[in-house]
Write a protein that binds this ligand. Structure first.
Ligand code: FAD
Ligand code: UDP
Length: 374
């Protein structure tokens, strides 16, 4: 008899949700994480009484009633609605691109018909220059979607800062994620459910891992658990897939973000949780003011200080946190090779963003775990 049914490497949402389900079924589980805390990237740190999203701003959103009911059965969620603002050289625009944005961009535009005509006119210029072929890169795709004015002020430089590459060298599909709306609606997400756990994400993680044996500051590869078969019947691995295989086919690339967090002695610094800086004038892509995720109305002023994080998007180097898979040919092909290898690993489940080398939002991660046959 082994000590555990499952050894789970990583206490992020994948590992924690898996542990929760296994525990519900009466399985014996051990979760290990190399960080000094549980929760992976949704972990929050309290500063000045404010939950600071230490690994980047996290907004939960989904269309799945199943996922929404599941997380709400563990912790109550508020109705935070993400309405980011773009700051282009001091001009402020609503996102996603909607009637408010179009009126700010072209003051003569007041109605959806006028906005559509303006965008169509600019799109036509871009489409004509392609001479019948499909957009080949992000720049061409964006110009065909929204035209040159929006591309110049709200997309080009932000995207170049985020990905560290010229828009002509990025794949077209990245920009298809940006919704364009002919209504006055600043809600960034189309999903019907959206919010932040009341009291912060740590409450969600605590509820998932309640009663589960967890050990932090244990790196799987440097610990006795590397020989996991001695301890558990099955392994759930949510670390980087290339590391599991000792990088034997080569290393996968990542993009990462450096967060510069500071306290300001004013209750309300920027008036919104998320402000994107869309020109090269500022080296950071966004500033997050964390209190606006969970404090509304008078509550904002009841806490005298505020915590801000500037986000600097950068190339990953060893020792940094791997955040975003790089979607280019080399990395996609290499990841596919690793995924093929993973199919031959008996009794190992490769899960999560790192284990699958795919960008997933939180809700799809939970949805995946809920659908696994245990
Ligand atoms: P993680 O949370 O990364 O957990 C993996 C865990 O494994 C980590 O704790 C790590 O320490 C541990 N680990 C790795 N290797 C080892 C090892 N060798 N030994 C022991 N432990 C190990 N999603 C949304 O829905 N909305 C958002 O607004 C949003 N914003 C995001 C912003 C940023 C900057 C990033 C990077 C992601 C964002 N996401 C967002 C996505 C969200 O973070 C992921 O969906 C979620 O974290 C995935 O959970 P996971 O368990 O796969 O990975
Ligand atoms: N984007 C942009 N301007 C903005 C916000 C986003 O050009 O103000 C582009 C950028 O290329 C980014 C993509 O849209 O990579 C997707 O943005 P989203 O915010 O949906 O994704 P995330 O930044 O969370 O990956």
């Amino acid at each position: 008899m082994k000590q555990y049914d499952y050894l789970i490497v990583g206490s992020g949402l994948f590992g924690a949700t898996f542990a929760y389900r296994a525990k519900q079924l009466g399985k014996k589980v051990l979760v290990i994480d190399k960080r000094p805390h549980l929760g992976g990237n949704v972990y929050c740190e309290k500063m000045e009484g404010i939950n600071v999203h230490k690994y980047g701003a996290h907004i939960f959103h989904t269309n799945s009633k199943k996922v929404w009911d599941f997380v709400n059965s563990l912790v109550e969620f508020n109705r935070y609605t993400n309405c980011p603002i773009a700051n282009y050289k001091g001009e402020l625009y609503n996102l996603p691109f909607n009637m408010n944005t179009f009126n700010r961009m072209w003051p003569e535009v007041h109605t959806p018909i006028q906005a559509q005509a303006k965008i169509d006119e600019q799109k036509a210029e871009a489409v004509a220059s392609l001479k019948g072929r499909k957009p080949r890169n992000l720049e061409e795709q964006a110009l065909c979607l929204v035209g040159k004015d929006i591309f110049k002020k709200l997309i080009k430089e932000y995207t170049e800062k985020q990905w560290g590459r010229d828009c002509k060298d990025l794949p077209a599909f990245i920009i298809k994620r940006l919704p364009v709306r002919m209504v006055f609606d600043n809600n960034y997400f189309n999903d019907c459910y959206q919010g932040i756990p009341i009291g912060g994400y740590n409450k969600l993680i605590e509820a998932l891992l309640d009663g589960v044996e967890c050990i932090t500051e244990v790196d799987f590869f440097k610990s006795k658990y590397k020989t996991w078969k001695k301890y558990a019947d099955k392994l759930v691995y949510t670390g980087p897939i290339d590391e599991y295989f000792g990088y034997k086919l080569g290393k996968l690339d990542w993009r990462t973000v450096i967060f510069k967090t500071r306290v300001e002695g004013t209750p309300n610094y920027q008036g919104n949780a998320v402000i994107n800086y869309t020109s090269h004038n500022e080296p950071y892509t966004r500033i997050i003011e964390h209190k606006h995720f969970e404090m509304f109305g008078q509550e904002v002023y009841d806490s005298p200080k505020t915590v801000l994080s500037e986000e600097y998007s950068t190339e990953y180097k060893e020792g940094m946190e791997p955040y975003y898979p790089v979607n280019d040919e080399r990395n996609n092909a290499l990841a596919e090779e690793y995924r093929k290898l993973s199919l031959h690993e008996d009794n190992v489940i490769f899960g999560g963003r790192l284990g699958q080398y795919k960008y997933y939002d939180m809700a799809p991660i939970i949805e995946q775990v809920l659908s696994i046959q245990l």
